[in-house]
Ligand binder design. Structure first.
Ligand code: ACO
Length: 427
């Protein structure tokens, strides 16, 4: 039976259909609102706005649920690999053995980079942030890899080029920033091992790939692979809605991810923990600052727009953190600080009342540091993981007949009409 929501404006009643998602979630379909009532909705930050229908990811912020294509994140983190999860997100189903092998072979075949792209890196100032370099490189890929061929299963060659080459570009940025020789990918290594190899191998000290690091990296990237309509994914969909090519839309997503309220939080968490460690700021002072409305400080890695309970990804990340830190010889003092900070915040009324819990970024930086990933590369690591989700969401958007050019409205609060005053008559 069709359900309706009633809205009364200036004494006149209007009805709008209610639509339901497959998990029972409800939305009021207001597509005719402006046309019928002359009103628009006002929802800064879009916290109450459904911008699309999607079959990719389900999350429930009250219950702490996250599923990709119906499969709980906990099961994927335990059993899957990043490449398999990528296939799942792009196609909607887990791959057969043949499909998985074929995808892995493609990812290997496409992993090198056009040699002329190296020149871009050399001309960036030495301290450039790798997120800025990478988002520019992604846009540049359009000129080097313009083809649009389908390789089967609805997977476009462009998707695989992006997913394969992003890790080569990221490792290359790191090597060049250190003044070291660029390391090329090896055909015998899987996706994650190849990344670690390109990051850390050197002609004089061959890098020994640690299978525990490879597993941890798989889990890290699985946990980041999609998160429905977050800020960067919305950027990808919004920019993509203009009909621009995939590379440009992904580059917009990368720029959105860079900010400290979103993906840049993993870097900000490490900076915060370092400040506590080096400058002698106590845990209590930190909590006090976070509670103080006149202080700009926020407890980085805490809080989430949707999760009002413990982020399920943070639970898994915390376990991985314990495992990886348990085996490395150089104990990271930041882990101890993070644990104490979490314990203290979770007992504090300010955090309890606002349902502020650790998010995925709280422990992930510590895990990546233990693997040798430098702090300014942490958000790049997030971006590599989020890429399959961005692509899947872009693809869904481009084939959805209900989707339109994104163009929100506004409530104008500026001055009324006024006349142009010539410059010598202005007071
Ligand atoms: N530290 C201190 N106070 C906080 C924090 C925090 N980390 N997060 C939220 N609050 C407070 C707000 O000041 C606000 O208080 P008030 O009601 O007294 O005004 C209340 O909690 C609600 O917060 P909002 O800002 O309205 O929540 P919103 O959903 O807009 O913000 C966000 C979510 C941006 C993630 C926020 O919690 C934050 O900035 N966290 C720190 C940055 C971070 O970790 N970002 C990563 C998010 S996960 C991801 O993108 C992968």
């Amino acid at each position: 039976m069709e359900e309706f929501a009633k809205l009364i404006i200036d004494g006149k009643e209007f009805e709008f259909p209610i639509i339901r998602g497959s998990q029972g979630e409800k939305a009021i379909d207001i597509r005719r609102l402006c046309q019928e009532t002359g009103c628009i909705t006002f929802d800064p930050g879009y916290g109450n706005t459904g911008a699309c229908k999607s079959q990719i990811t389900y999350m429930n912020g009250e219950k702490g649920i996250l599923r990709y294509r119906g499969i709980p994140i906990e099961e994927l983190a335990e059993h899957s690999t990043f490449v398999e999860t990528t296939f799942l997100l792009l196609t909607g189903h887990l791959p057969t053995r043949e499909e998985l092998t074929r995808t892995s072979v493609y990812l290997n075949d496409f992993s090198t980079l056009h040699e002329n792209m190296k020149a871009f890196y050399q001309n960036y100032p030495p301290k450039s942030h790798p997120m800025g370099i990478l988002s520019a490189m992604i846009t540049a890929m359009r000129s080097f890899y313009p083809s649009d061929t389908d390789v089967g299963e609805g997977i476009n060659q462009t998707f695989l080029w992006l997913i394969s080459k992003i890790r080569t570009m990221a490792a290359m940025a790191y090597k060049i920033s250190k003044g070291e020789r660029v390391v090329y990918p090896r055909p015998d290594l899987c996706y994650c091992s190849n990344f670690l190899h390109m990051m850390f191998d050197s002609p004089v000290v061959p890098y020994q790939i640690d299978p525990d690091f490879v597993r941890a990296l798989n889990v890290f990237w699985i946990l980041h692979a999609d998160h429905e309509q977050n800020c960067s994914t919305t950027a990808v969909r919004d920019v993509g809605s203009s009909g621009v090519n995939l590379y440009a839309a992904i580059s917009a997503g990368m720029s959105a991810l860079w900010g400290p309220s979103h993906g840049g939080a993993n870097q900000a968490v490490i900076r915060m923990l370092e400040e506590i460690h080096q400058n002698g700021v106590t845990i209590d002072q930190c909590i006090k600052r976070a509670r103080d409305k006149n202080h700009p400080f926020k407890l980085m890695g805490f809080g989430h727009r949707v999760y009002k309970t413990y982020d399920p990804r943070a639970k898994i990340m915390k376990k991985i953190c314990d495992q990886i830190l348990g085996k490395v010889t150089n104990k990271d003092p930041l882990l101890d600080i993070a644990r104490k900070l979490e314990e203290r915040a979770l007992q504090d009324n300010y955090f309890i009342d606002r349902h502020l819990y650790p998010n995925v970024d709280f422990y992930s930086g510590i895990v990546l540091r233990a693997m040798g990933i430098p702090t300014n590369m942490l958000t790049v690591m997030f971006a590599i993981g989020r890429l399959p989700g961005w692509i899947a969401q872009w693809q869904e958007d481009t084939v959805d007949p209900e989707m339109k050019l994104c163009r929100p409205r506004q409530i104008y609060t500026g001055s009324e009409i006024s006349s142009y005053v010539p410059i010598d008559q202005r007071g």
